[in-house]
Write a protein that binds this ligand. Sequence first.
Ligand code: GDP
Length: 430
Amino acid sequence: MVKAIVGANWGDEGKGKITDLLAEVSDVVVRFQGGANAGHTIINDYGRFALHILPSGVFYPHITNVIGNGMALDIQKFIHELNDLTSQGVPAPKLIISERVQLLMPYHVLQDTYEEERLGGKAFGSTKSGIAPFYSDKYAKTGIQVCDLFDDQRLLERLTAAVDLKNVLFEHLYHKPKLDVDQLYQQLLEQREQIRPYVGNTVDFIHRALKENKAVLLEGQLGSMKDPDLGIFPMTTSSHTLAGFGCVGASIPPTSIQDVICVTKAYSSCVGSKTEPFVSELTGPEGDELRRRGGDHGEFGATTGRPRRVGWFDAVATCYGCMIQGATQVALTCLDVLGYLDEIQVCTGYEIDGQVTDQFPTTPALKRAKPVFTTLPGWKCDIRGCRDYDSLPENAKAYVDFLEEKIGTPIRMVSTGPMRHEMTSRVPKL
Ligand code: GDP
């Protein structure tokens, strides 16, 4: 039985919290895409953690956590994150790194940084974690797989070929120092020893787990809007953020995914470049207030600390986001955050060139879209930590009913706080 937990929007929807909660009754948690370029915030009895590379099941000794073949593995950051965890009292987690996952190399980070510098005002707002150059190299077939680390000759050949190409770019396009193959090679040999205990055949492991009817969670990073094919290109990430890619990035048969849980916040938040269209954005003092009250300590990036842009719930984007994920249900987070508002707006349409639509458009049209809002009454009280959906204020329930109708997917979980058990379960009306 496989459940995918994925984002309906721009990322930061609260997937980490939902994964951490569902991991309690699961056996395996798999990350299938992305790398250290985004973070999942998890608050539990051990403390507050921002995980970037590690799957969110690492807090449970009964869970096997898998770094799937579709991820970008930065070994240094992986080791650092693991040490951080154990130094804060978390027991050493069970972990398997796919022998097929590719390595995010120091030159990917450099290239990402140099390219953003070169683009200047036209930069993508990259987290400079090397993700775009990493995936470019993977598809150009110049990447290095973890299994290559265990064949010295092959490793040196592949590394030399990659570095030869990078050095042309670094020297002639970016005017930066050239890379030293020997130094990189030695570094990889050391890192190989650090990850050796974790490396394994995750394809076999996952398929055996499925045969044994184990409960597997696929943990997505970022959200639908950041998918390079179906998101807001090019303000996307470079790996597929959709549950469908979980089949490839985690080596899961498509027919095994039974539940796709799309996570969305009760309002919108978006990190990245200011040039990215964000139709329902709230600016000025109203935006500042929502940003200050949002999430568990304000809406600031878990990886970068950058202030996130915030806005009203965007039903057009979320309906589309759930559709392309193939959502079977929605987990709505951060409902508690909106308790201070007299009235709440929901973006229910986009006006583009004088026409109102509820279809999510391509990027050039999205840039021209203006929000069409429906106003709903607020509930004006603190619902933080509520665990009984029925006891929520009528206006809060009416708000959730309205969102469900607009996005066309059953909302079964409504989260009322950042902590693991601050959650209610709802009977959908759809
Ligand atoms: P992820 O990448 O999708 O896991 O999301 P992030 O962890 O980057 O951002 C979600 C933020 O919302 C984190 O600060 C969470 O602690 C917080 N959060 C999650 N669910 C809730 C909730 O129901 N209420 C509040 N107030 N915060 C929440």
